[in-house]
Design a protein. Sequence first.
Length: 289
Amino acid sequence: MTQIVVNGLLTGGVYALVAVGFSLVWGVMNVVNIAHASYIMLGAYISYWLFHLYGWDPFLSIPVSMAALFVLGYLIASVVLNRVIRYGLVMTLVLTFGVDLILQNAALILWSADYRSITPSYAGASLAVGGVMIPYVRFAVFLLALVLVVLFSLFLSKTRTGNAIQATALNPFAAQLTGVRIDRIYALTYAIGAALAAAAGSMISVIYTIQPQVGNVFLTRAFVITVLGGLGSIPGALLGGVLLGLAESFATVTVGIGWSQAVSFGLLVLILVVRPQGLLGRRFFGGVG
């Protein structure tokens, strides 16, 4: 039982990081960002190639993948997304779906559909604590994901830019009256979401095999966690990620690994029926508290 809980917690930390960027973009911009899957995939491939071509430790490549996807996200938002965001949720959904298709097909052309993996020297090492096995890699990923989520929370609550992002989420028109450049805030928000997705992708590449569609399954988790924890709530994303990780861990042991996706959608339906705003959902993007 303890091993199941530990596995669920370690998986939940990664899920939380996957969901934070997705929840940020949805909460601030009202954009369901389907391209989030491709940003996860690109982050994973950046770490993969830096490891195999230059011998970089996958954890050291995380800042590189975050920087690269931040720039890409900012360009996409500035050049394309900001021009159509005023047309509403459906138009931006179609647009991000198109971006996702372009990036995934480009990855297929460049790198094929082969499954690839990163195997650093410490990949199989584990720590035994009271009969419970804790893989070093998964534990390091969990801690790093937690640190990134906390740092992002502090950025939102303690910086002027973070306050501008929250003000924009609450009321874009009022924020604009106070001098906030909404187009820049949207581009910055989208870029941060892409960077967080890249960080998650880099971590995922150390644990799982990767291929051009690797981000799709995690996009599903991000959607479920955002609804479960509450739209725009960072503590909600963390709580939702842990709960989903635990639920999938128990499901894998009791009914089989093939049911993990069913568990995700089961939780989604349950929370929509019982508490549609999510466990820690609020009316605005004020999830830092």
